[in-house]
Design a protein around this ligand. Structure first.
Ligand code: AMP
Length: 395
């Protein structure tokens, strides 16, 4: 799925319209609490500016309601932060395709950058409106998508704009190129054995991922609360654990299809309350007593998963093994994270909670790739195709 990247385009004296994911968390006063997403976008931004392109950046921020602009979701603070990070002025337009945006686009000279106001302030963005897409596309000579976190969506800026660009170049930025390389290309031709570790709260969120990965993985190791729905399917006792009774038949089906490839926990660390100070005990899988709930995989499971992972050629991990935010129930997730960090395999960490866990335990530098998109990385592991990526030029 190799796509043409921004560095393969001569951008000098051309206008590049770049979709980024600058959806940063803000505090009540509008201050940015974590600027990671802005920093991750810098290589693509700087590549255009350094080569004397004119750069127009667009992004969404939060979920502004209705058509009325909601100033707490303005990208204004992002423009200021970006200015500090790239150490040059960032023009900012008070609308997306309106008068102010049009006049700022005209002001833009080579080597300069303009950030458009929040795409979601325009009703056409989430409706995927053609006229809105057209208005954006007309601003530029080149379209660049470096917004991996939004690649599974079909908003105007993701799908309508590249369509409206016609024959003009449509490329990926550095971030999206790297995500495709690991989440699509490596997974379609993995070094074997290929092992996936899937955890998290609900089996229902990961059904399509399990089904897709069962076709391509040698082993899928299951953890998290979703393991208890599998326990129910095997006739086990789950006490007060988080389960999805309406997914038990499906879990049975996955156990039958998966055979030996689907590896379930051997034991469970459980507690009599959802709290760090609860009474705790380790029991065999499917033997959780009344009044107790499973909160982590047990030590025998952690040991077994560590041993299995030692021989892996490729590892994909999505979802924690237990309530990793609440010690001591972080132990299973930590052991698995450590095992992934220790093994000499291609290791790919899905976004969201697994990325947070690997960071919390300090292993980020010991894995091959940590995805920046939660929903998008899950959708890629489901084997879904993304129009937002497919529409872009191949190499
Ligand atoms: P997900 O978003 O589906 O990846 O789920 C992540 C969440 O699942 C984390 O907040 C974990 O605390 C939670 N989780 C994992 N294992 C358990 C468990 N055994 N019981 C309750 N919550 C769990």
């Amino acid at each position: 799925m190799a796509k043409r990247t921004i560095e393969n385009i001569d951008v000098a004296d051309k206008t590049v319209l770049m979709r980024l994911d600058l959806n940063v968390p803000l505090d009540d006063g509008g201050g940015i609490t974590d600027d990671r997403r802005i920093r991750l976008a810098l290589p693509s931004v700087e590549s255009v500016l350094r080569r004397q392109g004119r750069l127009i950046v667009m992004s969404h921020l939060g979920r502004p309601r209705g058509e009325a602009e909601d100033s707490k979701f303005s990208l204004g603070p992002v423009a200021k932060r970006l200015e500090e990070l790239i150490d040059q002025p960032v023009l900012f337009s008070r609308d997306v395709v309106g008068k102010d945006a049009q006049s700022k686009v005209r002001e833009l000279k080579t080597g300069m950058i303009l950030l458009l106001e929040n795409l979601r302030f325009h009703p056409g963005e989430q409706k995927g409106e053609t006229s809105f897409s057209q208005a954006l596309a007309e601003m530029a000579d080149v379209y660049c998508n470096d917004a991996f976190g939004t690649c599974h969506r079909e908003d105007a800026s993701m799908v309508g704009v590249p369509r409206a660009m016609g024959d003009k170049p449509k490329v990926v930025g550095f971030l999206v190129a790297k995500e495709i390389q690991y989440l699509a290309d490596v997974i379609s031709a993995p070094q074997r054995p290929f092992m996936a570790i899937l955890g998290g709260a609900k089996v229902s969120d990961k059904i399509s991922v399990i089904k897709n990965l069962l076709n391509i993985c040698d082993k899928i190791l299951i953890g998290g609360a979703m393991a208890y729905t599998f326990s129910l399917a095997r006739g086990g006792r789950v006490g007060q654990s988080l389960v999805e009774p309406d997914k038990v038949d499906l879990a049975k089906e996955l156990i039958d299809t998966g055979g030996e490839s689907l590896v379930l926990p051997l034991d469970t660390h459980c507690g009599d309350d959802f709290s760090p100070s609860c009474n705790k005990q380790v029991v065999g899988a499917g033997e959780i007593p009344e009044g107790f709930q499973g909160l982590d995989i047990g030590p025998a499971t952690a040991k077994r998963y560590t041993t299995l992972l030692q021989s892996a050629g490729t590892i994909v991990w999505n979802g924690p093994m237990g309530v990793f935010e609440m010690p001591p129930f972080d132990a299973g997730t930590k052991t698995v994270a450590q095992a992934i960090a220790n093994v000499d395999a291609v290791s790919i960490i899905g976004g969201g909670d697994s990325a947070a866990a690997i960071e919390q335990f300090g292993f980020t530098d010991h894995v091959t790739h940590v995805s920046t998109g939660g929903g998008a990385s899950l959708a890629m592991l489901e084997g879904r195709s993304f129009p937002a990526v497919e529409l872009l030029d191949d190499t």
